[in-house]
Design a protein around this ligand. Sequence first.
Ligand SMILES: [Zn+2]
Length: 457
Amino acid sequence: MIQWIFILLSFTLIVWLGKILIVDREEIVASDYNPLTEEKMAEVSRGAILSADGKYLAYTDVAEDGSEIRRYPYGPAAAHVVGYIGRGQSGLEAILSGVLMEPSTLISQLQSWASEEKVQGCSVQTTLNIDLQSYIYDQLDGFQGAVVVSEPSTGKILALVSNPSFDPEAIVDDWEVIINDERGPLYARATMGLYPPGSTFKIITALAMYRNMPDWKLYSYECGGELLVDEQVIMCNDHRAHGYMEIEDAFAYSCNGFFGKAGIDMGWAALVGTASYVKLGNDFDFILDQNTSEMHLSETDVDSMVAQTAMGQGETLVTPFAMNMLTAAIANDGVLYQPYLVQAVTDAKGGVLRSVEPTIWGTVMTRPEADFLENLMRGVTEYGTASRLSDYPYEVYGKTGTAQVGEEEDSHSWFTGYTVKDGKVDIVITILVENGAETKQAVPLADAILSHFYGLQ
Ligand SMILES: [Zn+2]
């Protein structure tokens, strides 16, 4: 009889723990910051954060005196994603705190009750390609900016780099230095940085032409290097006169006059309508904080403002992350997958307790529209402003951008594009280099990163 009661109690316990381990964890991952009690900190050893291939991005080490130390083997390279604990908390360390401090297995929980030892917390496997992430971080040395690399066929985020950065292990000791650094090393530029899109916005203007001008194929413009609107001069890059332009060459060479004039001819509503159609200004249900891209253009705006907006100036602001998502939708025939950074929750031995399946976020454009843009983006890399990327053993599509940020400062440099390998869309890469336009820095960076990713160096 007593044996039966014992079995029944054990069974109840297993069911109860099973509920914690499976059902509640889903809710915890989905929910925001989960505050921890002192008691829990004393009982559970915080789990690790891992790269896609199982390398430690954050783990708990035990010092000689028995105290726990949080280690970040990749230091500043992934700091904005992994985050830190110690001086408040940020990034995945903050958002997944509840998961990392949750007992990882029933046995671990039972053992801890039987002994004085700490329970192992769950680990989290991310989608980050840490080799790529580290390489990109090194390449950004000396620049301020951000790079986003994603897999459009699934929504996986492979790299999310912001520079300047900080060493999460030194967050307590260096706190004053870090927060007083006027470059803003704690700022996650990839997801939070709002920048004028420059000519990458011509993706939206070209799509607006396709959707609003039945004769877009015949639309032409004679570029003399500058477009005069409302007594304002809109110049082409390097004061270049492009000559007779139709949409394909205008996009490949990034002719401001062509797109400025097309914007005026279409009118403000076509631009605003298309930006809204491709979900510019929508937030993606992403685990890390993001700023929302914005576009301001209305009926009351004069033609010069419409022209400026059409060529990516005006008052439009986008994040590198949002630009990456737009590019991913083009790469994926109009279908945008939900971007995700956490692949699985595992026990301390790597056994998967819960994993994430790719899901569709939404259809952002039709397949013919995506094909139309893909054709234009091919011209950019074949013979246009990113022709440096023409000699790859796979196809590269893209758009460059130069975004003016004032009279005194050098403009920002953009590249956003994707690769197709063996007939299948592979990765999307978006690069923003602050004040990097003088040397058109984004394209050589794209070249270096793609060469590294494909092992061509
Ligand atoms: Zn031009």
